[in-house]
Design a protein around this ligand. Structure first.
Ligand code: HEC
Length: 160
């Protein structure tokens, strides 16, 4: 992935300066997030009501649930299109697929998002590159099938 973007270079420099102070805690920023997700999902994944779903405080809950965890990885790899309900508002949006991202990059951005959860990143097992590779190689749920899967998971309380 290109690291030529000035925004991520600044983030890297800031990490370097602040690094030693913040190492013990969850990542304070993530280069993949800044370069590929932040434009839509906003700073620190706060979302934009009615347009882009909030991910902070939701991805950690999905990652803690075995079924939602697979959905989470599938969504980043294959994208999501259609109507979903988040934070009491309906979003009819388009999430582009990120299949071109490496397994390590997908794992990295998801672990960053897990760390933004409200509760201290408790018992959520870090997502590994190998886990992403396994989902990538598995059943390819995308488009209407993935949307249907999300509906079922949300109805059963697996997706907040
Ligand atoms: C072009 C804007 C855009 C970009 C860039 C983007 N997303 Fe999304 N994302 C969306 C939209 C819109 C949705 C909701 C899709 C829908 O309404 O069906 C979404 C949904 C999601 C969901 C599912 C949320 C849920 O409640 O089911 C996850 C997880 C997610 N995005 C993660 C990411 C990650 C990680 C990245 C960066 C690798 C990223 N997104 C980049 C727009 C974007």
């Amino acid at each position: 992935m290109s690291r030529g973007k000035s925004r991520s270079s600044v983030a890297w420099a800031a990490c370097f300066v602040l690094g030693t102070a913040s190492l013990a805690h969850a990542e304070s920023s993530n280069a993949v997030y800044d370069a590929t997700c932040g434009l839509c999902h906003q700073a620190r994944a706060a979302g934009l009501k009615g347009q882009f779903p909030r991910l902070a405080g939701r991805v950690d809950r999905m990652a803690a649930d075995p079924e939602a965890r697979v959905y989470l990885i599938q969504t980043v790899l294959h994208g999501l299109v259609g109507k979903i309900d988040v934070d009491g508002t309906t979003i009819v949006g388009v999430m582009p697929p990120f299949e071109s991202q490496s397994d390590a990059a997908v794992a990295s951005v998801l672990n960053y998002l897990v760390g933004l959860g409200g509760a201290p990143a408790k018992k959520v097992k870090p997502i590994t590159a190998a886990e992403v590779a396994k989902v990538r190689a598995g059943e390819r749920l995308a488009g209407p099938q993935l949307l249907e899967r999300r509906r079922a998971l949300a109805a059963a309380g697996h997706v907040p």
